[in-house]
Design a protein around this ligand. Structure first.
Ligand code: FAD
Length: 391
């Protein structure tokens, strides 16, 4: 009989012993160090559990994407996404700190930092000592981020002077470095002529003012004014006038972390609704025994399962070094819209029990409202997907 040649499998969904062990350690660490109630309190106080970063570093989480020569473990993005998903479910605040540190700041450094920046900053990232913020958005430049007008002009042979105003810079005051996008070539408009600079919030001329918002209060956001802020060539991250392209190149790493952790957070919302539906009795039976509620729960879980699968697929594509522009956009849209779907349904299922400011569901519901437009609006993601498929 002719032997059938076995094809290499497209994807392997089994979790390795190493992955299982790190997930277990991360879950244990989070269970011990932050409860759901404490997360609600952090949100009320308007600050994040930054202290967790030390323990996260001890677990090796900040070293995951980096080569061994910097002290990292260089694990694949499939492992990073799995961990992000579990962290998102248990403590999204910690997952977000991790993602913004490695998915955004760390990968920017690794891909575009010069030799000195890499050798000095990456080991500090791995130790959990560095938080990055991104100063890109301006009042006139949101979805159209390339429309920024903040300028960096030559002040001397090796220094620059930054002048302009950024809004919604999350963790600006708490971060060690703000990655500031500036227009450096005044002759051009749009995506070309933009350069990235690493700027410490304590630099003279940087004025940081807190902004008020409806959710994600645990991640403070700021208006940041740059009044003739002097930085040197050494602060430049990547190529002069190549900053916008750099940002676009690394976005899929941050989106992979976001899609995975938001999927985990959505699972948390489903679990809360599920538990409540089993415990709460109305008309002599648990809510879950009313078919309308059970179908709603089924719809919620289906959406979360789709979202997780898409996040895993994206992580696999990154690991395999495949072009994933379309899939990064898809995973971001699916995860964030899933979160809005399940929290909206969750608020309906919990009803009065979800409207109390001391409950998790309302916090996740409010936080989730940001993610469909933060980190690239879902409309712009759809533009990307459409361009990729239509050509
Ligand atoms: C809590 C919070 C935290 C944030 N953190 C940061 C941060 O750390 N760093 C940072 O730089 N920015 C940050 N932002 C800014 C965020 O990235 C922007 O809000 C986002 O890019 C959208 O810009 P906008 O709010 O100006 O909306 P607009 O650009 O005014 O868009 C309004 C609506 O129009 C749609 N739209 C616009 N153009 C198109 C188009 N061509 N086709 C279809 N639809 C379109 C949008 O999708 C959106 O629905 C944060 C914002 C918030 C609220």
């Amino acid at each position: 009989m002719k032997k059938v040649k076995k094809n290499k499998s497209l994807m392997d969904f089994s979790i390795s012993i190493e992955q299982e062990s790190i997930i277990e350690s991360v879950n244990k660490f989070l269970s011990k160090n932050i409860t759901p109630l404490e997360q609600i309190e952090y949100d009320k106080k308007g600050t994040a559990p930054y202290h967790l970063m030390e323990g996260m570093a001890e677990l090796g989480l900040f070293g995951m994407p980096f080569p061994e020569k910097y002290g990292g473990s260089n694990v694949g993005w499939d492992t990073i996404a799995l961990i992000q998903e579990h962290m998102g479910k248990k403590a999204y605040m910690a997952a977000s700190l991790l993602n913004r540190t490695i998915g955004f700041g760390g990968m920017s450094l690794l891909k575009f930092g010069n030799t000195d920046q890499k050798s000095q900053i990456i080991p500090e990232i791995i130790k959990g000592k560095i938080l990055f913020s991104l100063a890109l958005s301006e009042t006139g430049a949101g979805s159209d981020a390339a429309a920024i007008v903040t300028q960096a002009k030559r002040a001397s042979n090796d220094t620059w002077s930054i002048k302009g105003n950024k809004i919604w810079v999350s963790d600006a005051a708490e971060s060690k470095y703000m990655v500031v996008a500036c227009r450096t070539d005044m002759k051009t408009s749009g995506a070309s002529g933009i350069t990235l600079f690493l700027v410490k919030p304590s630099t003279p001329g940087v004025i940081i003012t807190p902004m008020r918002k409806i959710g994600t209060n645990w991640m403070p956001s700021y208006d940041v004014n740059f009044d003739e802020v002097i930085v040197s060539d050494k602060n430049m991250l990547g190529d002069e006038n190549g900053g916008f392209k750099h940002l676009m190149t690394i976005l899929h790493f941050a989106r992979a972390g976001m899609a995975a952790s938001v999927s985990g957070l959505a699972q948390r919302a489903v679990d809360i609704a599920l538990n409540h539906s089993k415990e709460r009795y109305q008309f002599g039976k648990p809510l879950a025994a009313h078919q309308v509620i059970s179908h709603r729960l089924a719809d919620m879980q289906m959406r979360v399962d789709q979202s997780k699968l898409m996040a895993w697929y994206l992580a696999w594509m990154i690991k395999e070094n495949k072009d994933c522009r379309r899939y990064a956009a898809e995973a971001k849209v699916i995860a964030t819209e899933t979160l809005n779907f399940v929290t909206d349904a969750g608020m309906q299922i919990l009803a009065g029990a979800g409207y109390d400011l001391d409950t998790e569901m309302q916090r996740i519901w409010k936080d989730g409202r940001l993610y469909t437009f933060g980190e690239g609006t879902n409309e712009i993601q759809r533009n990307i997907i459409a361009k990729e498929i239509i050509g």
